[in-house]
Write a protein that binds this ligand. Sequence first.
Ligand code: CUA
Length: 356
Amino acid sequence: MSLPTHSQERVRGEGMMFAVLLLAENRVPENLSMFDPVSPPAESIKSLSFLMLAITGAIFVIVEAILIYAIYRFRHGPPKGTGEPAQVYGSTPIEIAWTAAPALIVFVMMLVIARTLWEVKVDPNKPPKDSQPVRVTVIGHQWWWEYRYENISGEKCGFIAANELHVPASNFSIASERRPVYLSLQSAVVCHSYWVPRLAGKTDLIPGRTNHMWFETGMTGLYLGQCAEFCGTQHAKMLLRVYVDTPDDFARWVENQKKDAVADPAVKEGRNLFLSQSCASCHQIRGTSAVGTYAPDLTHLMSRQTIASGIVPNTRENLRAWLIDPEKMKPGCRMPAFGLSEEKLDLILNYLETLR
Ligand code: CUA
């Protein structure tokens, strides 16, 4: 399919504006470095990669040093008048040495990798004693993330959010204030991969099975990630945003997400329009007749900072541009353009803006 260049340019422009906006707020969300971990699984992975780098680096340096020395030392070739050097066939001690040494190195690497795998793969059914685990089912769609909050601190929930995952910060020093996050990863259609480098390693989302991953951090803030498995046209724009809130902020956020959408009489017209259009067959707005599950749940759309899977800030202008022609912002996306009049657009936007 053809990707019109002007729309790519536009999205690039908007992306840059977004980055500037975030910088102005003095945040550094561009940090996607696995070398700056804030959660135990990411720590383990960082330590492992440093160790691997050290071992393979040492081997590289030793081999290169011997090679360079040999090239330099024997650069003039054999002295004039000498014949062919002595030909040696086989040497048992050398054979044993160069078999045993790599085998030993590989064995040590295997042990450390096994330990790291053990640390990263924690049984979701055995959270730390007295802790308050947060359990969320993540479903990868083309091309957005669905978050079904299943259980928070032993209490069943069941609300659905999209594209922006909120979790509480942990207090590692008090057992009852630890809040590990367990994600069950599933996919609607094709494979994706969940990767927020500062929180945990990547884990694939595979249709027809459930994978698990976990993380836990004491550092509040926004952690960015990226779908790490090619999943189609918009793979590169299937962005991940994890907000680690203070426990109080998180509790407030959950309280709000649990509520149905408020039926504000001032935007009745817009609501009716939304419900009469085919919006309602793909999107869900709890408390209305819109119960679609094919597209993101919009019950609390305005509580999100971005739209279209994290690619642009959630502003009226961007929402309008998105409604006019989603294809321009996200070529290949599943949302169609409805060709609404300016007047109808405004009515729907007025309604959407009440979904806080
Ligand atoms: Cu989803 Cu790549």
